[in-house]
Design a protein around this ligand. Sequence first.
Ligand code: FAD
Ligand code: NAI
Length: 557
Amino acid sequence: MAKILTLPKLSVVMKEGTVINWYFKEGDLIKKGDILYDVEAGKMGGSAESEEEGVLLKILVNVGDKAKCGQAVAIIGEEGEDFTELIPKEEEQEEKEKKRTTVTVIGGGPGGYVAAIRAAQLGAEVTVIEKCHVGGTCLNEGCIPTKALLHSAEVYENAKNGADIGVIAQPVLDFTKVMERKNAVVKRLVDGIHALLKANGVNIIEGEGSFADRTTVKVKTADGERKIISDKYIIATGSVPSTVPIKGIDSPQCIDSTGALSLEKCPESMVVIGGGVIGVEMATAYSSFGTKVTIVEMLPRLLMNMDEDMTAVAVKAIEKNGAEIMTSTKVVSVDDMGEKAVVTVEKDGVQEQIEAEKVLVCIGRIPNTDSLNLEAAGIECERRAIKVNDYMETNVRNIYAIGDCTGGTMLAHVASAQGEKAAENAMGNDSRYDSKTNPSCVYTNPEMASVGYTEEQAKKEGISYTAGVFSLGGNGKSVIMNGDEGFVKIIAHSRSKKVLGMQIVGPRATDMIAEGALALSVNAGIEDIINTIHAHPTVSEAVREAALAADGRAIHG
Ligand code: FAD
Ligand code: NAI
């Protein structure tokens, strides 16, 4: 009996392809496994084999024509057989296409665009609604631009201090060029995301989305309002900076992180309110550029969530770089004095005034959900954060939420990991988000990175642990790089010796932490790290040495 041959999916990402070469003509006899034709699909492609035997009765997609995966490409059967019934009618084909699951993603940041691509890979017809720029906070005003500034700062710092290693230079900072380069990096990466979305057939609508009901989203665009009805929704609208009711906090000298990433001139002085991740990274960059930075933190130490020993190393470096750190200090007021602001701070009841050209306010971020009209869809929130379970499901069927807007750990890689899970679940899978392997990195100089349990957390939870610490002073590559002040710490269960956590402060810490994350992912023990040969000379050897130290047998420590 005549059968239809369809266009196979030759890779996970393939959605359609162009037939570029038929090896048979109508009337030819085909055997199982014969290569029928070649297909081009973006940069990939391949050859389609026949899974049937018989005479090639009809070619439905000719050389140069496109077909979607699953679309009828040819009919095969017995010679002389009537196959007209099998020729797909255009309407049927359209109907079939219409039945593809529609997924609409609101917000095109690292959560949203990754979810969109994953859903498209799984066969959905995907739309991303983005009110500003794809790439979201991460690419446009977060991770990428800060690290671009920090890279310039590090090169400048190395050039200034090159005499130590026999490189004598008198570097000059061109702040305009620093910003231009940062903008060029951002543009290149944002363009890359556009290209990726296009290659995956994702439709982008520029506008602000808000729910009209559980199945309908209205989009305010430059041309008016559009209505979207979709099978599934993934909300990925990110976060915005928190504000605090301090007198004068709206003075013209006050900026948030986005402002600090787009200054036209390098300020002479800056007060940083909040000694969290943004505060220390900005302080690191601007101190290196020559700004007199003062960090004001209300808690007893900076970066309260990071391992205390590790933070101590970074704090020493920040201070050495010229920044002043005031902890357990609250900001009372900011007064606009024209060219400068005067920030009044208070510690132990004693007030002090600090003059600064710019006042950077970075005291945390809050979920960005105000514009979504979540009530219309009945989506539950806790304060502004959308409530989700480990499957990224909201309380409303077919509506998922991911990333910063859910109010959990606000990191780009968390948003992306959750995006993949939400897309998989929207497409009928059963994917659970597990935060166990989620690293936290701070791009100070030296860098800090942590995954899993810190010593403080293990103590607090009463876990019986052993800590292996290896100082980078014993690591050749770190000494070469003048980065020997840090360490690697491995927290392992005292009896099973399974890795519970890893902290690294030192050069390349943010890259090396992946080994700790992998150890947690595969439930490795310190013996697994010890049994893994690490290249010499690398900073990563220190990870193995810390594992040895956890077993009381470090070689170089
Ligand atoms: P976002 O990236 O915020 O994207 C949300 C998108 O939704 C935005 O593009 C927004 O325009 C859009 N949107 C919002 N509302 C609507 C609407 N109603 N309709 C349509 N579109 C809408 N994380 C790291 O992991 N590493 C870092 O080094 C790092 N550095 C950072 C530095 C700074 C200065 C900041 C501010 C953040 C940093 N982060 C970092 C955090 C990281 O940027 C966020 O965790 C991440 O971007 C969150 O991704 P998301 O997809 O949830 O949201
Ligand atoms: P944060 O939560 O890291 O730190 C805010 C700090 O401000 C805290 O230490 C807090 O105690 C302090 N604070 C709050 N109110 C204050 C006040 N009135 N006066 C003085 N101090 C006050 O938040 P931050 O730095 O704004 O960053 C937001 C988020 O962005 C981070 O939580 C993180 O998720 C993400 N981020 C991640 C980066 C990375 O992964 N490398 C880099 C930058 C940001």
